[in-house]
Design a protein around this ligand. Structure first.
Ligand code: COS
Length: 381
């Protein structure tokens, strides 16, 4: 068992860390306040290979492993959780299903512009009545000659606003419920594809969370992703990978909060001493660091399993996301406590980390769903 990053992973971590500190961190507070992502970051991340990290070079990607991808998301999220999720949703929820389920033509057409950052991607799964009950999708896709015609509404779509392409889950056979769902690749410039609304959020405010509406949206017949009726499996398998990205995002957010708390504890004096000298503060920092290390190990184990092509890592990715999101909540809450009143105002970044952490317990499957996935695997084995 080897706990060292290999040479490539170390280089990727150092590059992502430098970029996060020098280019992303200085913009994070402003992007959060304005609830707007800087498009130049997308371009820069495309050039660095961060938007196609786990996409093979043959399709314009960086050809790295999923562990590298998780490392990148952690580093970016330690500076700005919105940047982390822009990369995570784009990579895990759009590039990955195209890579896994796409035909050669689909991969050649869609992956190079996604991997280079020419356009962002998103996944259209969630609907008002289909959140945790993801099989209850009502958006329809009807075959009409050589086109699929999509009608319906998707909500809470990460990257929904800027995305140039969406992987959309729609029903091709209502009577068959989840077995009647299919997946499609839908370019955003297709007539009938509309970004209807941007949500205003507690955290990850710089990232787009949008409502997408499809009204007689005709896409080529060949844009079916995977087999008809396989849409639910495409969605679930995609989320297995996506949850690794969110776990990495949570580790990054928690680590950002921990680093800020350590620095502050050394510099802030009370009773004539730095507060870091008090055991009450030391114990908080020790607990934060221990939970985050454990979360990172779970995350990298799940990524390692995906890299090895192991068939089923649902349980491990659910464990990683469950533990990491709760560790991020604990770390960010305790970081505010270390800062005291200064932690509660936006002069320091820890209140932003706290707001950003909460969503990691909700999206790509709530903590309750992760426990369900883990328990089902335990009871099945
Ligand atoms: N990979 C591939 N296939 C999977 C799978 C996975 N990880 N998990 C389930 N499936 C398959 C099952 O094998 C089953 O196939 P058959 O119908 O052929 O037997 C099918 O999918 C249905 O599975 P299941 O009965 O477990 O589905 P449920 O409706 O009980 O749903 C939960 C299970 C709740 C776990 C699932 O709907 C879920 O993950 N919900 C949360 C969705 C979510 O994360 N939403 C947020 C989206 S943000 S993009």
């Amino acid at each position: 068992m080897d706990f060292e990053l290999n040479d490539i992973q170390t280089m990727v971590r150092d590059t992502a860390r430098k970029f996060a500190r020098e280019e992303v961190a200085p913009l994070a507070a402003e992007m959060d306040k304005e609830a707007r992502f800087k498009p130049e970051l997308v371009q820069q991340m495309g050039e660095l290979g961060f938007l196609g990290a786990a996409v093979p070079e043959a399709y314009g990607g960086a050809g790295m492993d999923y562990q590298c991808y998780a490392i990148i998301v952690e580093e970016l999220s330690s500076a700005c959780a919105s940047t982390g999720v822009v990369v995570s949703a784009h990579s895990s929820l759009c590039c990955d299903p195209i890579l896994k389920f796409g035909t050669e033509e689909q991969k050649k057409q869609f992956l190079p512009p996604l991997a280079s950052g020419q356009m962002l991607g998103c996944l259209g799964l969630t609907e008002p009545q289909a959140g945790t009950d993801a099989g209850n999708v009502k958006t329809t896709a009807v075959l009409d000659g050589d086109a699929w015609v999509l009608n319906g509404t998707k909500i809470f779509i990460t990257n929904g606003g800027p995305a140039g392409v969406a992987v959309v889950i729609a029903s091709t056979d209502r009577s068959a419920k989840h077995k009647g769902l299919s997946a499609f690749i839908v370019p955003a410039d297709t007539p009938g594809y509309r970004v209807a609304k941007e949500e205003h959020k507690l955290g990850i405010r710089a990232s787009s969370t949008a409502e997408l509406v499809f009204e007689d949206c005709r896409i080529p017949k060949d844009n079916l992703l995977g087999a008809p009726g396989e849409g639910f499996k495409v969605a679930m398998a995609t989320l297995d990978g996506g949850r690794i990205g969110i776990a990495a995002q949570a580790v990054g957010i928690g680590r950002g909060a921990l680093e800020a708390a350590v620095a502050y504890a050394k510099e802030r004096t009370q009773f004539g001493k730095p507060i870091a000298s008090f055991q009450a503060i030391q114990w908080k920092l020790a607990d934060m660091a221990t939970e985050l290390d454990a979360a990172r190990l779970l995350t990298l184990r799940a990524a390692w399993m995906k890299d090895r092509g192991l068939k089923n890592f649902s349980r491990e990715s659910a464990m990683a996301k469950l533990f990491a999101s709760e560790a991020a909540m604990n770390a960010t809450r305790e970081a505010i406590q270390v800062f005291g009143g200064y932690g509660y105002i936006d002069e320091y970044p820890v209140e932003r980390y706290y707001r950003d952490a909460k969503i990691t317990e909700i999206y790509e499957g709530t903590s309750e769903v992760q426990r369900l996935v883990i328990a089902r695997a335990l009871l099945r084995d």
